[in-house]
Design a protein around this ligand. Structure first.
Ligand SMILES: Nc1nc(=O)c2ncn([C@@H]3O[C@@H]4COP(=O)(O)O[C@H]5[C@@H](O)[C@H](n6cnc7c(N)ncnc76)O[C@@H]5COP(=O)(O)O[C@@H]3[C@@H]4O)c2[nH]1
Lengths: 181, 181
């Protein structure tokens, strides 16, 4: 079950490492980005993790919804990992505008393992078709939820945002989903 | 089968992205590290990927074998990925000395997904025990071999080094294995 392993990999190889450092990174960022004080107040100090059920992931959130603007990156975290010295872990900060024009600053990204699920469903030799992909995304979501709820390192430091594909024709679907959280 | 998904993830989310750029990164590195001209000649322009069957991965190769010295990192590759702007992909260059004292410069690292296999085998809720781990490492190795042999992007740009655990008491086991390749 591919999704099970990818959820564990996402937790053990990423969230468990970066979530404990997130609050400090945001504090350092706010110290050097005074202009964002008000919108952080409205925003979130958690890592917002987007999980679209169709695994259709964009590399640039601003391309998906023009109410979302890349603001800047959090400071880099460098960690020695498996022979790579100072491997860099970073997150991007986005300013999201709601329908009344209020700005919210938040740290948001897609769950990268969904790219693997998407690409595997396109490669015939991977043994995994488009029809199974949606099931695997939901299994990834449920498994990740269970793991994170048991994790002391990650508690209260993240929010999983499951994105249905019913309103994909709404140009502000993504910003609304983020603001709702 | 966790190993199957991790091998595909390692290919689709990492090797397929970084191996096509490796030759250019090494050329840029050699231009700024003139002192390494001779040892690169003896060394390798491929990414050497270490796969220990016991999944026992160290974060610093120099700690494993004092004939291995961290030299420097290749230039960073920055790629926009799933909402993270300019996610950094980098590799470390090591100088490896053989038993006659000759130096070889090479780009070498452990296969990161083995850390996930190792950590999963330690977490009781992951449903995966120490006895299955070795089997999963070998399945990871075979699956990765098959995928890479079919890949045009990766052809001739990597070398998989399977490390048995019989000679772990030899302090120069790792450097000898690397030099052999
Ligand atoms: N050596 C090495 N250097 C890298 O830069 C790197 N980037 C990825 N990988 C390995 O390739 C595979 C595919 O990566 P993907 O990004 O889909 O999943 C990643 C991704 O969803 C998340 N993650 C890890 N590092 C980062 C990061 N820096 N930024 C965002 N997400 C990350 O956590 C998962 C597991 O990571 P690793 O367990 O380190 O191994 C990965 C994985 O086996 C790497 N391996």
């Amino acid at each position: 079950n591919v999704a099970h392993g990818l959820a564990w990999s996402f937790y053990l190889g990423y969230l468990k490492l970066v979530l404990p450092r997130l609050e400090d990174s945001i504090a350092a960022f706010r110290a050097t980005h005074q202009a964002s004080a008000q919108s952080w107040g409205r925003g979130s100090k958690k890592l917002l993790i987007l999980i679209p059920v169709n695994a259709n992931i964009s590399h640039k959130l601003g391309d998906e919804d023009n109410n979302i603007h890349f603001y800047d990156n959090l400071p880099n975290n460098e960690i020695d990992r498996a022979g790579v010295r100072g491997r860099v872990y970073k997150h991007s900060v986005y300013r999201v505008v709601d329908e009344d024009g209020k700005a919210y600053d938040c740290v948001v990204e897609y769950a990268t393992p969904l790219l693997t699920l998407y690409n595997m469903s396109q490669e015939s030799s991977a043994g995994f078709g488009e029809s199974e992909r949606r099931q695997q995304v939901l299994l990834f979501y449920r498994t990740l939820q269970d793991i994170l709820e048991q994790s002391l390192e990650c508690r209260n430091r993240y929010k999983l945002i499951l994105l249905n594909d019913e309103h994909v024709d709404d140009p502000h679907f993504l910003s609304k989903a983020i603001v709702r959280h």
